[in-house]
Design a binder for this molecule. Structure first.
Ligand code: TYD
Length: 218
């Protein structure tokens, strides 16, 4: 049974747009669901999100950044994810544990085994059955992120601390996501997201449909 799906990828990989379209599609199919995201989908999380994303790249120590993100995750699972799963909803989260492994692990160089244990503390073992990783070249992704900042009110959407880390950091994050996907092929599916928006969306819909169908037959 498909109860918890996460969408992952680098900055500008198109997650939010794709999740919005997926939400419309599932709505048209009458699937009871909840769209959520990290960091920042609880009242506490909104404050933590500001602390993590605003300011200069070097304004927090790696450890401080990690604990803020884990605090957000613990509260998110407790207050949002687990209750919705228990109500029988399909929960779809924009980022989850794999972002910590990719950004704090591969990006910042923190120990992956330690991060996995801390993720386990934060989630209490609540894990997605399916993780879709949107993958596109870093140059394309960063251009998209910059475009987004131009379109929106600049004050409201300044470059976040991770986007400001630059290309080498984003490359490590991308490689990290691909390695994580390779290590867990039964949970993770990589989808290329540098083509037309609806072409990517069709792939996502097919993946979700297959899993929902399998769940219904069991
Ligand atoms: P956000 O504006 O939500 O970016 P996007 O729209 O690309 O998802 O910012 C979230 C940022 O937080 C993103 O740059 C990645 C970072 N992050 C981590 O470094 N580790 C984590 O565990 C999570 C959940 C996010």
């Amino acid at each position: 049974m498909l109860r918890f799906v996460t969408i992952e990828g680098g900055d500008g990989s198109g997650k939010s747009r794709q999740l919005g379209l997926l939400d419309e599609y599932l709505d048209s199919r009458g699937v009871s669901r909840l769209l959520t995201r990290e960091p920042g989908d609880t009242p506490l999380g909104k404050q933590l999100r500001k602390l993590v994303l605003e300011g200069r790249p070097e304004s927090l120590s790696d450890e401080t950044e990690l604990f803020l993100i884990l605090a957000d995750r613990a509260q998110h699972v407790h207050e949002v994810v687990r209750p919705a799963i228990e109500q029988g909803k399909l929960v779809m989260s924009d980022r989850f544990v794999d972002s910590t492994l990719a950004y704090q692990g591969y990006g910042r160089g923190m120990d992956l085994a330690l991060l996995r244990r801390l993720n386990l503390v934060a989630t209490g073992g609540t894990m997605p059955e399916l993780t879709i990783i949107l993958d596109c070249p870093v140059e394309v992704a960063l251009a998209r992120a910059a475009e987004r900042q131009d379109r929106q009110d600049r004050q409201a959407s300044r470059e976040n601390r991770f986007e400001a880390e630059g290309v080498a950091f984003q490359r490590r994050v991308r490689e990290g996501f691909l390695e994580l996907a390779g290590a867990e092929p039964s949970r993770c599916v990589v989808v290329q997201s540098d083509g037309p928006v609806m072409a990517t969306q069709e792939k996502l819909r097919r993946i979700i449909d297959e899993r929902l169908h399998v769940g219904a037959r069991r």
